[in-house]
Structure formats: structure tokens, C-alpha cells
Ligand binder design. Sequence first.
Ligand code: GLN
Length: 424
Amino acid sequence: MRSPIPDYLADVMTACAPDEGGQVADYIPELAAVDPDQFALCLTTVDGAIHEAGDSGAHFTIQSISKPFVYALAIQELGLDAVLAKVDVEPSGEAFNELSLEEGSGRPLNPMINAGAIVTHTLAGPPADRFDRVLAGLSAFAGRPLDVDESVYASEAATAFRNYAIANMLRGHGTITEDPAAVVHGYTRQCAIRVTTKDMALMAATLANGGVHPITEEEVVDDAVVRQVLSVMTTCGMYDAAGDWLTTVGIPAKSGVSGGLIGALPGQVGIAAFSPRLDEHGHSVRGEDVFRRLSRDMELHMMNAAQPARATIRRTHTVRHAEGGDARVYALHGSIQFAGAERLLRDLVSRADELPTELVFDLSDVHAINATARRMILEVIRRLTLEGHHVTLVDPGATLPEPDSGSGVRPDVVGSVGEVSRTA
Ligand code: GLN
């Protein structure tokens, strides 16, 4: 059987294809010469499944989609505070190439507009090996060695008058101290790195997967870095259309003037579309349409209410304990975070007077417990034990490994409810 996902992606493309609105970027001469009808789509899950439609192997330059990844590399290298000292994280509500800086500090407003990205580029390493680091870092995000489109680079470097102006403005404020032209050359080379739609989907999936590439399994950056990057993509990635994008699509995203558009939905998927004709904000017209449809059809909006926490307790029941007396079993399921753990604690607290001595938390159907939920569950086990209860964990998948509650309290761990119960 063939997966229905690529068929669905092809259907989405068919629905979006007739729209020939927008213009290819023409302020970079080489980009003005591309075939405007190219169209590709790729969706990659965080566990490495790749679904492609259209010409997903065609090459184009990454342009501004490099910005979140170089921002990630800079934070990984220097730490967040050092990067924040140079580039703020406030949405500018302005076009990507605006000549604007924060009053007083001279910081660009965010790393997604050119001013911020030009500064961020200088934070990616010392001048001598900066570009090698950028190229190696973006290659790690993609999971294969990338290269530079020299003709797009030369074409933009010869015409990047606005970016030279921005770099000179940054130099004037002391935000950068290097030669402005050299900095623009480095940044322009970064924008001229060649990718495919599939590369971009994997780069986005690496962000969606907390910084670990879904296929190479390389940890490219830490999860705390990814949270910062996705937050900034959410508020600033679509420039002066960020609010409209967040409300209608709701996927942290970044666009580029060559027609690429990526979205990273944490814990689920990386998505990339490529279609060169752009709207007035510099975003791919058909790319945006693709994302709107995917978000709507597949419920990918990040603000969709998550699974309700009450679902954490699948059921409670009483069994005869193997050593006599009753045992109350809490069968939990799903992925447990703060609100799910709170639901369990609340139930235990509200029944404190009626709980038997023996308590069993059945984690057989739990697939993940985050660090906060783990602390909460271990603490309630500690309190229950101090009050005279005996807690057994049924945890065949070691979802709660090393369940040490402190103060010498450790619940028993078994592989099935059958091991603690006596069949009536
Ligand atoms: N290299 C382009 C520029 O600096 C990138 C802009 C973009 O993709 N939005 O103008």
C-alpha cells in the first residue's frame, strides 16, 4: 500500500498551482532569471519520515531562511545573553530590509530582519573561519554537505545596496566593528547557500525535533536554543505579516526571497514549500497558500488546544493485592506534562481519606513524562509513602526511570499489574 500523505500533498499543490499571483524577486538579478513556475512541497516528521511532492529536489538559494539557523548557531556558540546584547527579539512590524535600529542601544529589533541577521552573521564565529562554520552548521541542520551558488552570490553582492547601507548604519552605531562591506559579503554568501525543498523540510524538522536531526541523529543545537529560535520565528519570522500568519497558520515559520518557506511545528513536523513568485511582504504566494491549507486540513495550528489533561487518568480500578487487601490502580496514558500530573495529584489529594494502603500507578500506556511531571509524580509518591502508603509503579517501558523520590523513598517497579494483584 502506498501512503496517502504524498497523494494529499500533491492534491494541495494541484489546488494551489493555478495561482500565478506575485512576482519573482528582481532586486537580485540572478533571482529574476529563475523559472517562476517551479513548485515543490516536502513534509518531514520528527522521526524522519519524508513525504515529497513536486520538484522537491530542485536547488535554489536559501536566502532569509538561513537567518533562524545562523541565529541558533550564534546562541549555541556564545550563549543567549551575548546574542541578546547585540540583537533584540521584538517584532518590528516592518519590511525585512528596513533600515531601523532600537532607539538608544543601536540593536536591530530582531534577528529575522536583515539588520538583525547581518549582526547575527558576525556572531557566528571569528571572521577567518566564520563562513566555514555557517556552512558546516547549516549542513548539519540539513543532514548533508551544502554548497554556495556562486552566481547568485556574485549577483547579489554587486547589487546589495540596501544591505551595505544597513551595515554602514550598524557600523556607525558601533553594533558591528568590522568592515561593513566585508560583513555584507559574508551575510550575502550565507544567503546564497544552495538547498532543496527536502533539505529545508529536514532543517525545519530538526528544529521541530528539539535540535536533533531526525535522520543523522546529530544534536545540532540544544533544545533551549531551539525554543528561542522558534519563539522568534513565531513573532518575527514573517516580518510585517507575522500577526496574520500566526492567527491563520499558527506554525513558526521563515520565508526567503528565492521563494522558499519553512515551518516547524514542535514535536510534529518540519514543512517546506518552494515557489518563486512573492507577495508584497517577500513571501512565496503559493507557499503561503500551501501552509494555510495544511494548517487547516491537518489541524497543525500551534494554538489548537492540546489533549485535555483529564485524559491522563485513563481509568482507576481496585484489584486484590497479592499480599491481601485492596490496591487502587491508576492507569495513566498519553504524554504527561504539568497539567496531566496536576490532574493525578488532585485526584489523589481529593481521595486521601479513602485510599487503600496499596497504590499502583500503571504507566504501561504512558509514552512520555516530562521533567516537571516527573518531579511532581515523585513528590506525591514521597508524600504518600510518608503517610503510610506503599506505591508500586507498573512501568514496562521505563517511562519513569530511576524513580527516586528522595528521603530514601523508592517505589517498587514491576512490569505488569498482574505482578501485584491476585486474580479474584
Ligand atoms: N539576501 C536577501 C537580502 O538580504 C535575503 C532577504 C530575504 O530572503 N527576505 O535581501
